[in-house]
Design a protein around this ligand. Structure first.
Ligand SMILES: [Zn+2]
Length: 70
């Protein structure tokens, strides 16, 4: 199943990722959060970079800012 969690839009800041957060594409620890109008996706560094361009094209906000820019 694709577990997309929704967060109330009234929440200005989100809690930081923890070690319990996992990439939505693999079992690795999540490093970045992509906030989409429909919900949030978590990615490890590898998958975050792999989907970065597509996420931005979809209007996603990647947190923390610059996490995928090296
Ligand atoms: Zn991954």
């Amino acid at each position: 199943m694709n577990a997309v969690t929704t967060t109330p839009t009234t929440t200005p800041t989100r809690p930081p990722l923890t070690r319990a957060d996992r990439c939505d594409r693999c079992p690795a620890a999540a490093r970045v959060r992509a906030v989409l109008p429909a919900g949030e996706l978590l990615f490890c560094g590898h998958h975050g970079r792999a989907h970065h361009d597509r996420l931005l094209a979809s209007g996603a906000v990647v947190e923390p800012p610059g996490a995928l820019v090296e």
